[in-house]
Design a protein around this ligand. Structure first.
Ligand code: SF4
Length: 294
């Protein structure tokens, strides 16, 4: 730690960092059920943050996988997280007598419905989803099309598409607007009439609106400590945005991973995080930085 990490160093936690309303709602639903029963299953990690998952685990939340649905006792309660689920999950739960607490984010739910509506059109267009292959939200979206939708992770994968077919493009809610725009431009220039191209900007503004704010925040500080779970896809996008404007941006999922050398020769340190980062964790990171400065 340099002398500039003396008590005069400014440490600021970004105001708009922290859980989005989808994650906040899912966690509130889990907490209110756990307050009554002290036991609840959650299908997948409730949030891509190991420390928040651990806090809820201590309250009685048990994370399970899809395979576990087949063996849960009848009457078990399972929470579906904000990412949403494919229709098969609802079918299995019904068949097995499992009761669901559905915390699918309303933004994701609306996107699932829009995809389903387009999938049911006759003739059926080619459905393309800009998203991360294998991500839970994307699996839920592809599930609306019986697995037929084509997932592309960026414009470089657009060559796989059939430009002679009517095409409808959607986006995972946490992808970047810029990346989406690049795909729109590529398909627009390659589509072969009479094939028709439609696109639906389904990017969540809880994430997209944070990009300009976080860049402004990152450029105002000498160093940025970006706090998020290493599996968070939204975290990755926001962290890269910080790094673009401030090369001294560091990613950590826990206060203990903060390294002394990150804080060398700085007069101001900004702490920010993803939509899956709890405020309490950012506060702990601030305490850690202060303790390293002593
Ligand atoms: S990022 Fe947006 S879509 Fe995703 S859970 Fe949060 S509010 Fe919902």
């Amino acid at each position: 730690m340099s002398d500039s990490t003396s008590p005069t160093v400014l440490i600021e936690i970004e105001d708009s960092s922290g859980f989005c309303f989808g994650v906040t709602t899912a966690i509130s639903k889990a907490e209110s059920e756990l307050a009554k029963t002290h036991s609840l299953f959650c299908l997948g990690d409730i949030v891509h943050n190991g420390m928040e998952c651990e806090r809820l685990r201590r309250l009685g939340l048990e994370t399970i996988g899809h395979k576990d649905l087949a063996t849960l006792p009848v009457g078990s309660k399972v929470l579906l997280r904000a990412h949403g689920e494919p229709p098969t999950t609802y079918q299995i739960a019904e068949e097995r007598g499992i009761s669901l607490i559905d915390a699918t984010c309303p933004v994701v739910l609306q996107l699932q419905r829009r995809i389903k509506k387009v999938y049911d059109e006759v003739p059926r267009p080619q459905i393309v989803i800009y998203g991360k292959r294998g991500h839970a939200e994307v699996l839920g979206l592809v599930g609306q099309t019986d697995g037929e939708a084509i997932v592309i992770e960026g414009v470089e994968e657009a060559a796989r598409l059939d430009f002679t077919r009517d095409t409808a493009l959607f986006s995972q809610t946490t992808k970047s607007l810029q990346g989406f725009q690049r795909i729109v431009e590529h398909i627009t220039t390659h589509i072969q009439p009479p094939a028709r191209f439609r696109y639906f900007d389904t990017i969540c503004r809880q994430v997209a609106n944070r990009l300009p704010n976080i860049k402004e925040f990152a450029s105002r500080h000498d160093a940025i400590i970006f706090v998020c779970g290493l599996k968070s896809s939204n975290g990755r996008v926001l962290f890269e945005a910080c790094r673009e404007v401030n090369p001294r941006s560091y990613l950590t999922d826990t206060p203990d991973a903060i390294q002394n050398e990150w804080l060398q020769n700085v007069r101001s340190i900004g702490i920010c995080g993803a939509t899956s980062t709890p405020k309490w964790l950012m506060e702990q990171c601030k305490e850690k930085i202060i303790s390293l400065a002593r």
